[in-house]
Design a protein around this ligand. Structure first.
Ligand code: NAP
Length: 247
């Protein structure tokens, strides 16, 4: 059991990649704080994961775009488990549009949730991690933060910013034994990519060297590696999980 006795907060773990990360962590013995935007979505995932893995887990509703909401998330986690060993910043949204057409509100919302949300959660958790002198922070960025994407100026900017946050925090936190890394998934089959037509998905898959879209557990297994003791000399890195789509 690679995470026995560890407590992990995973934002956006009510579904998709975050839920798969929660499942893999649960299977390795972690205690979990499972979050969604509503207590209902968080509670449903929590009940399912407890039933499947017989683990300890609590649901918390959070809006990562609000610092006070992230502080409340950290408080609820500490009240229940007394410590936080791992933070996975996974919550994210898309509001796509070409630069000429995108609305200011669509820019603001994506930046507030995807980029400021990562900063808010790190800021909220850092005090307790600094005090205990250890911690793992894993940020979920995206291949489009590395290479850009037509119609995703807001999303690409938010994901590129997450890479900068990762490297900055890795440098700032290293002396406290807090390791900060990121995963850049390629195109992974979730509700986020279900919005695309089947034809578009086939075109995308044919352009990927491994000739398929990724699955949520492809990302979750890489996440396990970056938060467990097997990666204790790795910080400030971006691990691509993209089937070779970008090398
Ligand atoms: P998803 O299935 O759409 O799930 C998004 C999660 O984020 C849900 O749990 C949702 O909660 C939560 N969320 C949304 N807004 C939030 C807010 N304001 N505060 C807190 N939580 C919020 O997404 P996914 O496809 O699994 O993606 C997960 C992460 O991987 C995202 O950061 C995404 O950018 C990144 N990523 C995805 C892909 C891909 O191909 N899918 C590729 C690269 C990177 P509710 O359930 O309550 O709505």
């Amino acid at each position: 059991m690679k995470l026995q006795g560890k407590t992990a907060i995973i934002t956006g773990s009510s579904r998709g990649i975050g839920k798969a990360i929660a499942e893999v962590f649960a299977s390795e013995g972690a205690q979990l704080v499972i979050t969604g935007t509503s207590i209902k979505s968080a509670q449903e995932a929590t009940s399912e994961i407890i039933a499947k893995y017989n683990c300890e887990a609590i649901p918390v509703a959070v809006d990562v775009s609000k610092l006070e909401s992230c502080e409340a998330l950290v408080k609820a986690s500490l009240d229940n488990f007394s410590k936080i060993d791992i933070l996975v910043n996974n919550a994210g949204i898309t509001k796509d549009g070409l630069v000429l057409k995108i609305k200011e509100t669509e820019w603001d919302e994506v930046i507030a949730i995807n980029l400021k949300g990562v900063f808010n959660c790190i800021k909220a958790v850092s005090k307790s991690m600094f005090k205990q002198k250890h911690g793992r922070i894993l940020n979920i960025t995206s291949v489009v933060g590395q290479i850009g994407n037509v119609g995703q100026v807001n999303y690409s900017a938010s994901k590129g910013g997450i890479i900068a946050i990762t490297k900055t925090c890795a440098k700032e936190f290293a002396s406290r034994n807090i390791l900060v890394n990121a995963i850049a998934p390629g195109f992974i089959r979730t509700s986020m990519t279900d919005k695309l037509s089947e034809e578009r998905k086939l075109i995308m898959a044919s352009a990927i060297p491994l000739k398929r879209l990724g699955e949520v557990f492809d990302v979750a297994k890489a996440a396990l590696f970056l938060v467990c003791d097997d990666s204790s000399y790795i910080t400030g890195q971006v691990l691509s999980v993209n089937g070779g789509a970008y090398m």
